[in-house]
Design a protein around this ligand. Structure first.
Ligand code: ADP
Ligand code: MG
Length: 701
C-alpha cells in the first residue's frame, strides 16, 4: 500500500526559485567573457585542464555572484571516505593593512585548497606518504550557496586527494568510472550507428527516511549516539498500525516537506516528492534523474537538507537503515541508466529495430556485469547498519540477482532457443519485427529484487538509506564498462569474420545469456525457496557486511579497478581498511551505548519499580508482578555483565580483528541485552520506564 501525493504543484514557485542558489552554466555565461566561458565549457565537457588566467576570471565571477547572494564564506565541499560530506569555511574577507577588509577569492583559491586533512580517514594512505591532502575544484558539478540561520556559504564541489595523487574521497573514483564507461560505450556506439560526444551514467535516487519528534529523539540516547534504537518493545500491532496513520499527514510534516523542497529547488535539485506509508513515520523523497556525478552531489545535499530542516520544524529525520527493529527499514533505490549527450537512453527499448539492437547489447552487458561482479555490488552497499535491513523480510536479500520481467526474459529466452522466430532465427524476427515496448505493467513490478529492470533503467535497491551513492555508482559504471568491452570485442570479432551486425550480435547475446542467466530471477526474493535456489545456482550469499568487505581487494577486483583506472591497489586497500574501521567503530559505539543505557537507565528504573512494589507487598498483584520483574531484571543484569566483557575486549589490534569481534561477539551480546530489556519494558510501570516507547515515537502528531 502506498499513497502517492504531489505536494509541489505550484509551478510558479518552481520557476522563481529553481536553481536560484546554484551557479548554473547559464548564469556563468552571462557573467563571463565569451572566450572565458568557452574555455570553461571545454573543461567541463572535455576535461581540458583549466588555464590559471581563466580560473581567475571564473573565481571573480563566482565571488561576485556569491556576495550578491549574501555569502560571507566559501568552502571546498568534498566527500571523504566516511560517506559524509566535509567542508572547511574560509571567509571571503581578508584584512587590509589599513584595518579594513576586502573580499578576496582568486583562481588559486578556487582551484585548490589544502584543508587540514588529518581528521579524515585515509586508510593508511597519508600515514606513509604525506600528511596532507588537497581539494581540487570539480568544474562539472555547479557551485551552490548553502544557507543557515545567520548567513550563507559558497560551496565549491571538489575532489579530495593526497599530494601523491591518490584519491582520498568518493568523488575521484566516481569521476574516473564515468570516464571508463564513456570510453567503453564510445567504442561500440558506431556499430549501432549512434552518434555521441559523451556517454555517461544517469542516476535518480529515491531516499527513504523516518521522522520523529525532536522531544523523543532527545530522550533516546541510543538515537542520538547511533541513529537507531537499541531498545524498544514492538507495539502490539506493529506494522499494521499503518491504518492509523493513513490519510492524515500532519500539517507539520507537510510544512517540513515543503520547506525542504524549496531549499532543494533553490539548490537546483529537481525534487519530485512523494511520501508513502510503508511504515508509520516513514517517508520518501526522490529527485528526477541527473548525470550521476551531479546526482551523487545532490544526494548528499538532500540528506543534509532533510536533517537540518527537520530540526527547524521540531523533528528529527532518521536516515539510518533500521532505526526501529521489527518495523520496515529504509533504503535508497538507485535508478541507473546510460545516456548520451545527444539525449539517447541506451537502456530504453526503441521504436525501431535498429535501436533495439543497441538496447539488447547494453542490457546483456549489464546482465553479465552483475553476474560476474555480484561481490562488488554487495560490497558497495556493505555497512553495519545495512546489515539490519538486507535479508530481512522487507528488503532485498544479500544475494544479488536481476529482475528482468517476463517480457524481456522471454525475448532473451527466444533468442537462445531460436523458437518463435521463423525458419532462421534472427534478432529482428522475435515474433514481432520490433521489440515490444517494455515499460512494465504494474503487476510486473517486483519489489523483492535487489536489481530490477524497470522499463528503461535498472533499479539497484540494496543501497542503504544513510550511505553515499558514490561507491555503488562507481561499481556499476566500472563493471558495465568492462562488460561493454568484453561483449564489444566479441561483436567486432564476428564482424571481422564478415558476419552482419545482426548475426554477430545474435551470437554475442546468445552466448552471454547462456553463460549468465543464472543471475536472472523474476520470483519472490524474500522467500526461503529462493535462498536454496540461489545456492544451487552458485550465486554468492554474502550475509554480512564483513563477508562482503573481505572480498574488495580480491585479485579479480583489484585487476578490474586497475584496468579501468578507477582505483589502484593502494586506493582499494585503503577503502577496505576504512570500511572495516567504520564497521568496528559504529558497532563499538552501539555496544557501549547499550551498556550505558541498560546500566544507568533501564536497570535503575526496574529496581525503583521493584522497591515501589515492595511497599505494597501484601497485595497479591504486587507480589506477582514483583516476582516477574525480579526474574526479568536478573536476566537483564546477566546479559549486561556478558556484554560488558565483550565491550572491554576489542578482539585484536587490527581494525580487521576488531570488526570481527564486533560482529561475532558484541552484536550477539547486545542482542541478548535488548531481548531482556524489551521483555522488561512490558512489565515495568510506564512512569518508571526511562525511554520513550516505539508507540510514542512512530506517530508524529
Ligand atoms: P518507483 O520506483 O517508485 O516506481 P519512479 O518510476 O517514479 O519510481 O522513478 C524512480 C526514479 O527513477 C526517479 O528518480 C526517476 O528520475 C528515475 N529515472 C527515470 N529515468 C531514469 C534514467 N534514464 N536514468 C536514471 N534514473 C531514471
Ligand atoms: Mg523505486
Amino acid at each position: 500500500m502506498r499513497e502517492v501525493k504531489d505536494i509541489t504543484s505550484a509551478s510558479n514557485v518552481m520557476n522563481e526559485i529553481f536553481a536560484s542558489d546554484t551557479l548554473t552554466l547559464e548564469e556563468l555565461r552571462h557573467r563571463l567573457s565569451k572566450p572565458a566561458f568557452k574555455a570553461l565549457q571545454a573543461t567541463i565537457e572535455k576535461g581540458v585542464a583549466i588555464d590559471p588566467a581563466i580560473a581567475d576570471t571564473v573565481a571573480l565571477a563566482m565571488k561576485t555572484w556569491a556576495l550578491e547572494k549574501g555569502a560571507t564564506h566559501y568552502t571546498h565541499w568534498f566527500q571523504p571516505l566516511t560517506g559524509l560530506t566535509a567542508e572547511k569555511h574560509d571567509s571571503f574577507l581578508t584584512p587590509t593593512s589599513e584595518g579594513s577588509a576586502i573580499a578576496q577569492f582568486g583562481g588559486k583559491d578556487l582551484i585548490q585548497a589544502e584543508p587540514d586533512a588529518s581528521s579524515f580517514p585515509s586508510g593508511g594512505i597519508r600515514a606513509t606518504f604525506e600528511a596532507r591532502g588537497y581539494t581540487a575544484w570539480d568544474p562539472t558539478s555547479p557551485a551552490f550557496i548553502m544557507r543557515h540561520s545567520n548567513g550563507a556559504t559558497l560551496c565549491i564541489p571538489t575532489a579530495f586527494a593526497s599530494w601523491t595523487g591518490e584519491a582520498l574521497d568518493l568523488k575521484i573514483p566516481l569521476l574516473r568510472s564515468i570516464e571508463a564507461l564513456n570510453k567503453a560505450a564510445q567504442k561500440v556506439l558506431p556499430h549501432f550507428g549512434i552518434q555521441a560526444n559523451k556517454v555517461s551514467s544517469t542516476l535518480g535516487a529515491e531516499q527513504e527516511y523516518f521522522l520523529i519528534d525532536e522531544e523523543f529523539y532527545l530522550a533516546r540516547p541510543d538515537l542520538v549516539m547511533t541513529g537507531r534504537t537499541l531498545f524498544g518493545a514492538k507495539p502490539p500491532r506493529g506494522q499494521e498500525l499503518e491504518d492509523h496513520y493513513f490519510g492524515s499527514i500532519p500539517d507539520r510534516v507537510l510544512s517540513f516537506m515543503t520547506d525542504a523542497e524549496h531549499q532543494l529547488y533553490a539548490l537546483g535539485i529537481p525534487i519530485k516528492t512523494r511520501h508513502n506509508e510503508v511504515a508509520p513515520g516513514q517517508f520518501e523523497i526522490a529527485p528526477i534523474f541527473e548525470p550521476s556525478n551531479i546526482a551523487a552531489d545532490h544526494q548528499q545535499l538532500i540528506m543534509q537538507v532533510l536533517k537540518n530542516t527537520a530540526r527547524k520544524h521540531g523533528m528529527v529525520a532518521l536516515l539510518h537503515e533500521k532505526p526501529f527493529a521489527g518495523i520496515n527499514g529504509s533504503g535508497k533505490h538507485c535508478n541507473w541508466s546510460i545516456g548520451t549527450d545527444t539525449g539517447i537512453n541506451l537502456l530504453e527499448p526503441g521504436d525501431d529495430p535498429q535501436s533495439n539492437l543497441s538496447f539488447l547489447f547494453f542490457c546483456a552487458a549489464v546482465i553479465r556485469a552483475v553476474d560476474v561482479h555480484q561481490d562488488l555490488l554487495r560490497i558497495s552497499v556493505a555497512s553495519a547498519s545495512n546489515d539490519h535491513r538486507l535479508g530481512a523480510n522487507e528488503a532485498p536479500p544479500a544475494i544479488l540477482s536481476i529482475f528482468l520481467g517476463s517480457e524481456l526474459t522471454g525475448v532473451f529466452e527466444r533468442l537462445v532457443s531460436g523458437k518463435g522466430s521463423g525458419k532462421k532465427p534472427g534478432l529482428l524476427k522475435l515474433g514481432t519485427p520490433v521489440l515490444p515496448h517494455l515499460p512494465l505493467h504494474a503487476g510486473d513490478r517486483n519489489r523483492t529484487s535487489p536489481f530490477a529492470f524497470t522499463g528503461n533503467k535498472f533499479e539497484f535497491r540494496a543501497v542503504g538509506s544513510s550511505q553515499s551513492i558514490s561507491l555503488p555508482i562507481t561499481v556499476l559504471n566500472t563493471i558495465v564498462a568492462e562488460s561493454i568491452d568484453v561483449l564489444g570485442e566479441r561483436l567486432e570479432a564476428g564482424l571481422k569474420k564478415g558476419k552482419s551486425l545482426e548475426e554477430a550480435l545474435l551470437e554475442v547475446l546468445k552466448d552471454t545469456y547462456k553463460k549468465h542467466n543464472r543471475i536472472i530471477f523474476n520470483g519472490d526474493g524474500y522467500s526461503e525457496a529462493w535462498h536454496q535456489e540461489a545456492e544451487r545456482r552458485g550465486l554468492l550469499n554474502l550475509r554480512t557486511a564483513l563477508d562482503a568487505i573481505e572480498r574488495l581487494t580480491s585479485e579479480k577486483n583489484a585487476a578490474l579497478f586497475a584496468k579501468y583506472g578507477v582505483l589502484n591497489e593502494r586506493e582499494l586497500e585503503a577503502r577496505q581498511e576504512v570500511m572495516y574501521d567504520i564497521y568496528f567503530k559504529s558497532v563499538n559505539i552501539e555496544g557501549e551505548t547499550t551498556e550505558w543505557i541498560a546500566q544507568t537507565q533501564i536497570l535503575p528504573g526496574a529496581l525503583a519499580y521493584l522497591a515501589d512494589l515492595e511497599a505494597v507487598s501484601k497485595s497479591k498483584a504486587a507480589a506477582r508482578t514483583a516476582e516477574q520483574v525480579t526474574r526479568a531484571t536478573d536476566a537483564l543484569s546477566d546479559a549486561l555483565e556478558a556484554l560488558k566483557q565483550q565491550n572491554a575486549a576489542l578482539g585484536g589490534d587490527t581494525v580487521h580483528e576488531k570488526a570481527y569481534h564486533m560482529r561475532d561477539r558484541v552484536l550477539p551480546a547486545m542482542g541478548e541485552v535488548r531481548k531482556a530489556a524489551d521483555a522488561l519494558e512490558k512489565l515495568v510501570a510506564a512512569d518508571h520506564w526511562p525511554l520513550p516507547s516505539y508507540r510514542d515515537m512512530l506517530f508524529i502528531k
